[in-house]
Design a protein around this ligand. Structure first.
Ligand code: FAD
Length: 475
């Protein structure tokens, strides 16, 4: 029974459910589709596309060790996928196509259409749970609906994890060679610029690189995670989001690494490990939300009443935020970190998102799109969840009246200004008191190279509070 392993966001050989199933069922060929038109529609960042390509080069090698050829085909848009895959199945006499489930609306539609096009050929599409610990729809409230509150969702997850820990899937044994050559992985795809070498070096490709990073984190940093995770200058978080988003590492591998570092405990023992597992469950939560509340994939607010908010049309302010020249150092430093590295620290993602949506009162969808276009770890569910949380339009949203003051956040989480100095060389000479708000230095001490704040924090805070208070109650 010939198998086709259709790779998507699962670019690894170890602990890969569908690959394991395919190779257990028969001789296997692997496939990856290059879909630039679709990727552009999804605002996938050039650095993310480059990361996929670099990982495919590594994966091709790992698959070759298993004697699995990797074929690369172009399906510019996912609507082209059914025809491309059906053609390949005919050509190679495939009996079954194996995939790991993906959860966006477009992904689900693509898979339905591919399955329908294969049916007349007598080819099955078999999908597997792999990106998540629990299938969406299996963690529900007593009344059978999806949870809207993370802490309640997490409680059920813990109960399940205690009774049935998702097991790792072994590396399949090599198969007999099929005599089919692997395709070359393109070095670049039109429409997606190759990022700088310095960005690429921050994110080495391949399972080994991901595993090394995970092991280093679990051994040296996990124990201190809870205390260090909020300080952007400290390498206190795992930086696994990039590898998780592309599936170069699995959430099960992350969970098992955390448990190994915590004597097998989930919710007790080392507070660092517990708090990190909680983050893996945030990831899980937002993917379940994507399936349970599909409107969030359609650019709609999770809380419909917030659709009436009078967002400002302020292109100059938006541009200043995007380019990191708002005159608020912590915001500008964070945005420059994003532009230079494709990644931003979680604390700062919240701070810049609140600043855009609350102080500048610009629609969260603008921020969501800009993040997606620049993040190497861009993930629809987590990004949408993070933006809607910050804008107070989402699940578990920050109450609208709790608005971060970016300067206080800066003083608290970058107290000596080291993060700011790393990204804003123009402020390198300021002391740790002035660096958070150079505009407050007043008098003759204006900085020639650094703008004054584009918005008054106190006034803009009142403006957005008033807008939220004026929202009509939902019928
Ligand atoms: P760690 O602290 O080491 O956490 C481990 C893993 O848990 C992460 O790799 C990630 O997979 C998951 N995780 C952690 N925090 C969250 C969270 N709040 N929501 C969902 N999953 C989480 N994360 C993305 O992976 N992709 C995105 O596009 C994304 N966009 C975001 C946008 C905004 C406005 C906000 C506030 C958060 C966003 N996040 C996103 C969540 C979070 O900021 C990143 O997952 C985290 O910074 C990644 O760094 P890390 O791997 O070192 O995290």
């Amino acid at each position: 029974m010939r198998q086709l392993m259709w790779l998507r966001s699962d670019l690894r050989t170890q602990d890969n459910t569908a690959l394991h199933a395919a190779m257990g069922a028969g001789p296997t060929i692997a496939l990856y589709l290059i879909s630039p038109q679709q990727w552009l529609e999804h605002d996938d960042a050039p650095c993310k596309v480059d990361f996929w390509l670099r990982n495919l080069v590594e994966l091709r090698q790992r698959l070759a060790e298993l004697n699995v050829p990797l074929l690369i085909r172009r399906a510019p848009h996912w609507r082209d996928a059914p025809q491309v895959i059906a053609e390949l199945c005919r050509q190679h006499a495939i009996d079954c196509v194996q995939v790991n489930e993906e959860y966006g609306l477009h992904e689900s539609r693509r898979d339905r259409e591919v399955a329908a096009s294969l049916e007349p050929l007598g080819v099955r599409l078999r999908s597997h749970l792999d990106q998540l610990f629990f299938p969406p729809g299996s963690v529900l409230t007593k009344s059978g609906s999806y949870f809207q509150v993370y802490s309640q969702f997490r409680k059920i997850c813990y109960q399940r994890l205690h009774t049935a820990l998702p097991a790792l899937v072994g590396l399949p044994a090599p198969q007999a060679p099929l005599g089919i050559a692997s395709d070359e992985v393109p070095a670049a795809v039109d429409g997606f610029a190759t990022p700088s070498d310095s960005l690429r070096q921050l994110w080495p490709a391949g399972e080994d690189a991901a595993q090394e990073r995970l092991a280093l984190f679990a051994e040296e940093r996990l124990a201190y995670y809870q205390d260090s995770r909020d300080y952007p200058i400290v390498p206190g978080t795992s930086q696994q989001s990039t590898y998780l988003a592309a599936g170069v590492i699995s959430p099960r591998q992350c969970l098992h690494a955390a448990l190994r570092g915590n004597q097998g405990e989930f919710d007790s023992g080392n507070p660092g490990a517990v708090s990190w597992i909680n983050e893996l469950l945030w990831r899980e939560f937002y993917k379940h939300i994507l399936v349970g509340y599909p409107r969030v994939s359609r650019h709609r607010a999770f809380r419909p009443e917030t659709e009436a908010l009078p967002w400002r049309d302020a292109p100059q302010d938006l541009l200043a935020w995007q380019q990191g020249r708002t005159g608020i150092p912590i915001i500008d430093a964070a945005m420059r970190q994003l532009l230079a590295t494709g990644w931003m620290h979680n604390r700062l993602r919240m701070v810049v998102a609140m600043f855009l949506t609350k102080n500048l009162m610009i629609d969260w969808r603008e921020g969501e799109r800009f993040f997606m276009r620049h993040l190497i770890d861009g993930d629809l569910a987590a990004n949408n969840g993070g933006w809607q949380w910050s804008a107070s339009t989402g699940t578990d949203a920050a109450p609208y009246f709790r608005i971060f003051n970016p300067i206080s956040q800066s003083q608290k989480f970058d107290a000596d200004g080291r993060f700011i100095r790393t990204w804003l060389p123009e402020l390198v000479g300021l002391n740790k008191r002035d660096i958070h708000d150079p505009s407050a230095m007043g008098g003759l001490f204006g900085l020639a190279d650094y703008p004054r704040p584009i918005v008054d924090l106190a006034h803009s805070r009142e403006r957005v509070l008033q807008a939220f208070r004026s929202l009509p109650p939902l019928e």
